[in-house]
Design a protein around this ligand. Sequence first.
Ligand code: PMT
Length: 411
Amino acid sequence: MNVVLGITGGIAAYKAPDLVRRLRERGAEVQIVMTSSAEEFVTRTALQAVSGKPIRSNLWDKEAEAAMSHIELARWADMVLIAPATAEVMARIVSGGAPDLLTTICLATEAPIALAPAMNHVMWSNPATQSNREVLEERGIHIIGPEVGSQACGETGAGRMLKTDLIAATVFNLTGGKGEGLLEGRTVVVTAGPTREAIDPVRYITNRSSGKMGYAIASAAAAQGASVILVSGPVNVSEPPGIDMVNVESAEEMYAATHEAISDADIFIAAAAVADYRPTDILQQKIKKNNEGMSLELVRCPDILASVAALDAPPFTVGFAAETENVIRYARSKLEKKKLDMIVANRVGRDCGFDYDENTANALWCDGEKAFPKSSKVDLARKLIELVAEHFYAVSASETQPKLTIISNND
Ligand code: PMT
């Protein structure tokens, strides 16, 4: 895949060399086009070293234009990605102005365009920027992120550029679906994130799940050409583009949304950390404290995964098992008890699993197992989806094989 990577002048430009590496790891050819303000934040030398190509920046550079003109560059691109994308470049693309090489390519290309905005959170929420975002999206330009978090200016809010591996995965996701993906034409339902079980109008029971693992799984399935429905509990992860989102809060809502989505699904992957118990009654008024202790009466929440696996014609069903001890043994027992096709066991605790960007896992199925050493959740998700696709087709093939009838002459 040929990617024109536009880099504009924001502090997040210092992450651009890493983004180039992530794109190249996935097999992309990357041609960098940087604006003059981007050069204030990251050097040409670093970018040239990681991309392996001379950096383009000047529309009037006769030598570079003679080698590949801006129109040829616009045609060469399978994707134009701008990361970081400042408020200024968003406004310029909206206006149709083309005062520099990067915006000229944006006007001249027929390739998909994606922007990964990065800016101070007040700039991002400014009505002008939000209206530009809306116009860009209406025109089919993909907006990847930004995410919520601490910013270079010392403040916290929405405006931080998405992690480079997530941007790279999303770009491949957007350009996927060309008939080459492993899950082309398949529907995958994924659950992600925690659930919240209300106690009273202001309190709830929840857990540490961030949604990162489930969202990475959903993106990886979409990158392989699947239509993906992501049923998500409340998280702070940006919605992956090209995926149908269903946002829920409680385990019961997640159960209902999953069953609504599952009828046409080929594969179901339950990465959510669903509450096992919820308060028996949700109090209508805030509970007042007194000097005594208190206890909460809890009842079981529906087990979404087990209920999907128990359907008459279940999809290929993959569970996750979050364990703090005896990880493989407990996961295998869940695989068998819930009658799953596969389970992904991961150790969770104070230093791994929930909320971390990395994960270690073992995928288990009835007569086999595969270990995945520690890697980013994005990379782990990509490998898991490849494994799931392989097993899904093996199971489908065995189900569609004509049954052998043995006719014996010796009776
Ligand atoms: O979200 P992150 O911060 O990225 O963290 C990822 C993760 C640790 C949450 C994820 O990798 C993971 O392990 N998810 C499953 C967590 C969990 O609830 O595990 P469990 O062993 O309690 O549940 C087993 C399986 O049953 C899971 O697939 C779960 O989705 C499902 N389940 C559980 C309870 C319930 N009421 N309904 C369910 O469907």
